[in-house]
Write a protein that binds this ligand. Sequence first.
Ligand SMILES: [Mn+2]
Length: 478
Amino acid sequence: MPIDDLRHFIEVLKEAGELTEVDAEVDPDLEVSEITDRVSKARGPALLFRNPKGSTMPILINQFGSMKRMSLALGGEDLDAVAGRLSQVLEMQVPQGLVAKVRALGKLRNLAGSAPKMVSSGPCQEVVMDEPDLDRLPILKTWPGDGGPFITLPVIFTKDPDGRRNAGMYRLQKFDSRTTGMHWHVHKDGAENFRNAAGRLEAAVAIGTDPATTYAATAPLPKGIDEMMLAGFLKGSPVEMVKCRTVDMEVPATAEIVLEGYVEKGELRREGPFGDHTGYYSLAGDYPVFHLSCITHRRDPVYATTIVGQPPMEDCFLGKATERLFLPLLKMTLPEMVDMNLPLEGVFHNCAIISIKKSYPQQAKKVMSAVWGLGMLSLTKFVVIVDEHVKVHNESEVAWRVFNNVDPVRDVLVTEGPLDVLDHSSPTASYGAKMGIDATKKWASEGHLREWPDDIAMSPEIKELVDRRWAEYGIELP
Ligand SMILES: [Mn+2]
């Protein structure tokens, strides 16, 4: 059964033994963060704080914080299986022959069936606040050096000048009871909608959406593709949307809390610092101001949030879901690609390890160049290429291959281009140097002047012999 709202997901987590409820009073000012950080680092459960200090709204945090919960969030299926279904739907090739045509029609229906659906009313508007008042929400201050409290798991809706919707996730620093920052990075669709807006840009923020919708807002979809369609596909039923009350925007009907408002061209305010997912504070900067015109919510709303910091944290698993779901799509552009690992320590923008089936000289460098030109992957700082048989998720093996297979003069490519805005290592903000490392076996046709040695491996007959003999002795070998 599709998980249609956050409450349903809380039940699913409870049944799976993946939720701990906390009745003690906890302070949204740093205390929730310290508890969650420890639980996160120990790969512990999701947490529902029922009595946050200063608010009547319970806090749900760490809902995505393991591969198991990430998979439960998307319907309980293995993520590679979800990826397979997704790539079938998004594979828009010209049909060849009748059978392919019929199949393609089926796929199109599948995609259309995932489109969001307008409904006339929804629980997210059960309660309308007289005056928008953010003080009623248990918004966390997460680290001591933060510029204030931040809303960290919002699904933010804007429209482009043609009326096409975009959903993204950008942190919102609470400035006062009715204004926040709007921290959309320059490379994100929300920021582009703002650049293209005539003056005022309306926005709506859904907090506490069903987990597929929350995930979809973080997915690196090409511009113009509705994240709500992906959400509908992932959860197996269309996302129901209701019209906002004060802005021309639609929001998921079952969201726990909705903030409506606008950002104004030309108005910037200092935002940050913020203890970020890089494990460092992202520096304060000037960002647009989100003015609230209305807050609606469900009766007894649950406030969903997350904390970021030194990995591993909850966001690592949202990123891992993207790594798995988008791999088949990447392979359509890069058919030589076998597998990809975005290691947690690289916080997604800083490192991609990719295995390839190499068929011609310097193919590794071709793949690096492609990565630096592909959507949000283009921000990747380090790209490591290994041969097809190397297990990219075994980082010890990858390190071994890199340290032993690389001639730094020949096998390293240094270039420049856009970097994630959160990168602090570059002397300039939002762009800088990138490095590709070709750790594949080098061929004579790639100018390798000597013989390349084989991997050491025991012969299969001896392996089989040892398995058999030692089983007879009743001794278990590793
Ligand atoms: Mn988008």
